[in-house]
Design a protein around this ligand. Structure first.
Ligand SMILES: Nc1ncnc2c1ncn2[C@@H]1O[C@H](COP(=O)(O)OP(=O)(O)O)[C@@H](O)[C@H]1O
Ligand SMILES: [Mg+2]
Length: 226
């Protein structure tokens, strides 16, 4: 198993009596592509933040790649995330005034998996695979098309060769054409690199091509807040 949760409970510090997550048992095996759907406010982003070690469960066992995240120090969590998890955010979160290469280099600075000497070449290779030529690589990402920005966001998430790729509604700001292109590029890259993919969205129409589709409401027994 790549991801395994057992009796994981999470509540935000402001509202300790209201659990947002209460997951008795849930697992994802390696190389699986899993789509988790659920309505807005259902706890999708919270789940992804727990899985990537950004926030800690209040109780329960969280095992990722055979390591117990719930037993790690903050420092170990940061290192684990940098070395093993790629994250694609809802709004891509690229730094607008930096070019593609520098955006990706920044994502790599906490990881030790790639020697610095190889890093630049790897970034160029990855961007070339994604069809970003030399001129576009040097421009601030805010000057690029939304389609190019989305490809840079996938490239950034994959630069550390993570075993697990996590995507939080990454297509919500895209029109239908860009959305379709994004999904097919994502699936192509994930298949090629044999990355485990965890993708969350409220939009079930994106769930084609996934190995498994889970409903968060079935996994998470926490009382809904809406
Ligand atoms: N930082 C936070 N502090 C307190 N409550 C939060 C925070 N982030 C989200 N929540 C609450 O947790 C619940 C789940 O939110 P979220 O995980 O963002 O859902 P989704 O991603 O499915 O829309 C909501 O009730 C939301 O209001
Ligand atoms: Mg969310």
């Amino acid at each position: 198993m790549t991801i395994e949760l057992k009796d994981v409970v999470f509540s935000y510090p402001e509202t300790p009596d209201k659990s947002v997550l209460n997951i008795q048992s849930w697992a994802v095996s390696s190389h699986q592509r899993v789509f988790v759907h659920g309505p807005s406010g259902g706890g999708k982003s919270t789940l992804l933040n727990v899985l990537s070690g950004i926030i800690r469960p209040v109780a329960g066992e969280l095992t990722m790649l055979s390591q117990r995240l719930d037993q790690m120090t903050n420092r170990q969590l940061d290192r684990f995330r940098a070395n093993h998890i790629g994250y694609i955010f809802q709004q891509f979160n690229l730094i607008p005034y930096l070019n593609a290469v520098d955006n990706i280099r920044l994502a790599n600075q906490f990881s030790k998996t790639i020697p610095q000497a190889e890093l630049h070449a790897n970034i160029i290779d990855l961007l070339t695979t994604f069809g970003l030529d030399e001129t576009d690589r040097d421009r601030p990402t805010e000057k690029l098309s939304i389609g190019q920005q989305q490809r840079i966001a996938i490239a950034r998430a994959l630069i550390n060769k993570p075993e697990i790729l996590i995507a939080d509604e990454p297509t919500s700001s895209l029109d239908k054409t860009n959305r379709d292109v994004f999904m097919s590029e994502l699936h192509a890259m994930v298949s090629e690199t044999k990355t485990t993919l965890l993708f969350v969205s409220h939009d079930l129409s994106l769930s084609d091509s996934f190995d498994r589709v889970d409903s968060l409401a079935d996994i998470n027994t926490a009382e809904r807040a809406y």
